[in-house]
Write a protein that binds this ligand. Structure first.
Ligand code: PLP
Length: 413
């Protein structure tokens, strides 16, 4: 009864609930194959660890400027600006304790209650949570499945814009689908944003997790630099998920407002970690490429194995560490009607743990196919092979589903 009313509108990231459930099962002694969370079991590069540790020893343990240490802001402006074809200075950068806080701070700084915000669905669930929490009107936009992956439903985006629409959230190199916009899609999306004077949050958490082809930021398209804030994070590029360091990058007037929120929220991001991150940017030593190499091998094994399971079909994303297999036919063959039951079936009979489409937003009108999300950032090749072999057996052997439905099976395989 003492909880503030606004807390009713705060959502959550249900992938963490799936993870907690899997951990509890593991603690009870059963084998789990963790495909559920975008966490990484790859080590942070040694030079970053050493630089952070040295910074600690050198006394970089007090507060630092609210917007971050100037050296790191300058390096981010120089390096990330060059990668994206943007001319930036440190005034365009505000250091954050992770990429996630950029979402809430962007919404708080630029959305008034009643404003409409376009955001991807399926998509990272924190967008909808933060829009609702701060009194905005969430307007989800969807994707169209093709043989090559998923395209943005640009017609739907265009139709959804009203006079009240103020913001578009875009996540190229997309969680959970591994979708990637082509040049024409990006161009048209940028035109829609400029024409309707929308502010844009470009979530580029996976910009560096790219297996082939050029990387593109919508921020570099005509009319976009002046209206776009980039969410950057060290989490995935340098295997630093638990370190909590990221940045908001954008026009000076927007970055100033975000930094005002830093003062109120955390004073400053962790001081010595910023020196570690600076080392990572200044002396990359091919570490990000090594991480991408490890992930590529896992991706290829997982895709081949998933596509070898009757009734499952997945395309080969060239970015992120997520697969988004269509499991509609597998579910039909098993006589399982809803995704949560399918998830439980896999978990109960094989220990294979994954999230489903439903952890990434309420399915849109007209959506008929069923998808799961398979994250391969926290599981080695050997375990991928073992887990997905068990999943194949469970899906293809009619006795197993029969046993599961009668309640007799627990971690059968
Ligand atoms: N954006 C997307 C699309 C993500 O998937 C994540 C993490 O999984 C984040 C932002 C936030 O990452 P972090 O807060 O670790 O930087």
């Amino acid at each position: 009864m003492r909880v503030a009313k606004r807390m009713r509108d705060l959502g959550t990231e249900t992938a963490f609930a799936v993870s907690a459930e899997a951990c509890a099962i593991r603690e009870s002694g059963r084998k789990i194959y963790p495909f559920h969370l975008g966490d990484m079991n790859i080590r942070t590069p040694k030079n970053i660890i050493e630089a952070a540790s040295k910074a600690m020893e050198d006394g970089k343990t007090g507060y630092c400027p609210t917007s971050g240490i100037p050296e790191l802001r300058e390096e981010i402006a120089r390096k990330l600006g060059a990668q994206r074809g943007l001319k930036l200075s440190k005034e365009n950068v505000s250091i954050q304790p992770g990429g996630k806080p950029v979402i809430s701070k962007f919404i708080m700084a630029f959305m008034d209650p009643g404003d409409e915000v376009l955001y991807p669905n399926p998509g990272y669930p924190i967008y909808e949570s933060q829009i609702k929490f701060h009194g905005g009107v969430p307007k989800p936009y969807g994707f169209i499945a093709t043989d090559m992956g998923f395209d943005l439903d640009l017609d739907q985006i265009e139709r959804s814009v009203t006079k009240k629409t103020k913001i578009l959230i875009f996540n190229n190199y997309h969680n959970p689908m591994g979708a990637e916009a082509g040049d024409e899609e990006l161009k048209r999306l940028a035109e829609i944003c400029a024409k309707n004077d929308l502010l844009v949050l470009s979530d580029e958490a996976y910009f560096d997790i790219k297996y082939s082809g050029e990387r593109r930021s919508i921020a570099s398209l005509p009319g976009m630099p002046e209206r776009t804030v980039i969410l950057y994070t060290f989490s995935k590029s340098f295997a630093m998920t638990g370190w909590r360091l990221g940045a908001a990058i954008g026009p000076e007037w927007m970055i100033k407002e975000i930094t005002r929120l830093n003062v109120n929220d955390e004073s400053c991001s962790n001081h010595f970690i910023q020196w570690g991150a600076l080392e990572g940017l200044r002396n990359p030593n091919g570490e990000t490429e090594k991480i991408v190499g490890i992930l590529r091998e896992r991706r290829d094994v997982a895709i081949d194995m998933l596509n070898g399971i009757r009734g499952i079909k997945t395309f080969r994303p060239e970015c992120t560490f997520y697969l988004f297999p269509d499991v509609t036919d597998a579910m039909k063959n098993l006589g399982i009607n809803n995704l949560e039951d399918f998830r439980r079936f896999a978990l109960d009979t094989t220990g294979v743990s994954f999230c489903t489409r439903e952890h990434f937003g309420t399915p849109m009108k007209g959506e008929t196919r069923k998808y799961i999300r398979v994250a391969y950032s926290g599981i080695d090749v050997k375990e991928i092979r073992e887990g997905l072999a068990k999943l194949k057996e469970a899906i293809e052997d009619p006795e197993i589903v029969k046993g599961w439905k009668s309640g007799g099976y627990s971690n059968h395989l």
